[in-house]
Design a protein around this ligand. Structure first.
Ligand code: PRP
Ligand code: URA
Length: 208
């Protein structure tokens, strides 16, 4: 599967602001929220609908409402938390699970330190949130955990992906659709996305 690159002009503009190293912490955090809302709009395009009958002030009408399975949002700590409010803006009834992972700076392998998922996650459509898909190790590990809890309908939502991470995630979990605002050139020798936006967690929380 090729990833869905959501190339709406508003998204591309906001991603450029995120890439700019002059963008400060507050603006960066607000922008990640806005980008997440725009990505949520696209990633939920295929949600099933059902017809209901309602009474408007004028007449009876057959209209459509969401049907079927409910949603769960699973941000990967830390940086994925930056996307949560933006997603909840559009799907406020979604349950939220949290997976804590960090990438070992030397090996680039994900190290898991927390996992708390909704008890009924197996019955939900799951959207995994992380701004950066670099080697893909963190996303692959998080999705493996979520599948162990029985979930079968999973999408990955990120801001920027490297070709290496997109390929690795697709090979490990070919059933998972990938939604991104940009596909970048490559990884550098430290596993950072080029041109990327730097360390997403540090830029969201101002830790460097
Ligand atoms: C970043 C990012 C992803 C991961 C991507 O998190 O938010 O989780 O790196 O890299 P990968 O695709 O090579 O696994 P990081 O490990 O820096 O942790 P943090 O969010 O706590 O800063
Ligand atoms: N994690 C980040 O936050 N940025 C990258 O470019 C790669 C991994």
């Amino acid at each position: 599967m090729t990833p869905m690159i959501v190339d709406h002009p508003l998204l591309q503009h906001k991603i450029s602001l995120l890439r700019n190293k002059q963008t400060g912490t507050k603006e960066f955090r607000d922008m990640v929220t806005e980008v997440a809302t725009l990505l949520c709009y696209e990633a939920t395009r295929d949600l099933p609908l059902e017809e209901v009958e309602i009474e408007t002030p004028i007449t009876m009408a057959r209209t459509k409402v969401l049907a079927g399975r409910k949603l769960a949002l699973v941000p990967i700590l830390r940086a994925g938390m930056g996307m949560l409010d933006g997603m909840l803006n559009l799907v406020p009834a979604a349950k939220v699970g949290i997976i804590g992972l960090y990438r070992d700076e030397t090996t680039l392998q994900p190290v898991e330190y927390f996992c708390k998922l909704p008890v009924d996650i197996a019955e939900r459509d799951v959207l995994v949130l992380d701004p950066m898909l670099a080697t893909g190790g963190s996303a692959i590990d998080a999705i493996t955990q979520i599948k162990k809890h029985g979930a079968r309908h999973i999408k990955f939502i990120g801001l920027i992906g490297a070709p290496e991470g997109i390929k690795a995630l697709h090979e490990a979990h070919p059933d998972v659709d990938i939604y991104l605002a940009a596909k970048d050139e490559c990884l550098d020798e430290n596993g950072y996305i080029v041109p990327g936006l730097g360390d997403a967690g540090d830029r969201i929380y101002g830790t460097k």
